[in-house]
Design a protein around this ligand. Structure first.
Ligand code: PCA
Length: 212
């Protein structure tokens, strides 16, 4: 299976998603060996690196991770939308506004990970997590969309989705009052979430929606 993270962006020197992916590399969970990859925070290059990793490793499960500074818990993303509206330039200096991820593609794709089961699993182990209806409109949403598109069109037997993680304590120190999570807790949480995704193929029929 493939675990992906992103390189640092927005002036940071570390991105917890890449740290987690690199720590999990080489581990075996539920008889699946983990291969990791780190994607550039680049609208033009990240999709190419993603496609190349999928072709090279032919994983049965793909978990893409990204940093969502300011969020408190591990966020299981449910939906990727066909929209890019960049609040800041990417690491290559591009800042697309109101562009499609895939010209003429479906408006949205859904995660094929058992997000409710994974959320319940983390809650049972005392890790703060949430179900999220938006992965934003930046590079993470773009890659979540591309991943779902490539799985649906070229790697039909594989499942995958996107998980956002909070800032590390050393990052949130620059944003007083904002939440963070220790790296060890995040690695533990993602390991538990992956094991759950490998065990459970049909998500739990429990309510996980919102009224607003
Ligand atoms: N987070 C950004 C891009 C890379 C990352 O780790 C995002 O949420 O779009």
């Amino acid at each position: 299976m493939l675990v992906l993270g992103f390189e640092p962006f927005a002036g940071d020197t570390i991105n917890p998603s890449a740290e987690i992916a690199n720590q999990l590399a080489g581990e075996t969970i539920e008889a699946h060996r983990i291969v990791s990859g780190v994607l550039p925070v680049s609208f033009s290059d990240a999709p190419l690196v993603l496609a190349e990793l999928l072709d090279r490793h032919k994983p049965t499960l793909v978990v893409a991770l990204g940093q969502a500074g300011g969020r408190a818990g591990i966020s299981f993303e449910r939906v990727a939308i066909n929209l890019i509206d960049a609040r800041i330039a990417d690491n290559a200096g591009l800042q697309p506004i109101d562009a499609e991820v895939l010209e003429g593609g479906p408006g949205a794709y859904f995660s094929t990970l058992p997000v409710k089961a994974m959320h319940a699993e983390l809650s049972a182990h005392g890790v703060h997590s949430t179900l999220s209806l938006s992965a934003g409109s930046y590079v993470c949403n773009q890659i979540f969309y591309w991943l779902a598109h490539l799985l649906a069109s070229e790697h039909e037997s594989a499942r995958g989705g996107f998980i956002h993680v909070p800032w590390l304590p050393q990052q949130s120190a620059r944003h007083p009052g904002d939440p963070d999570m220790a790296l060890d807790t995040m690695v533990y949480a993602i390991r538990k979430a992956i094991a759950c995704a490998l065990r459970i193929h049909e998500d739990l029929p429990i309510s996980g929606g919102t009224t607003h």
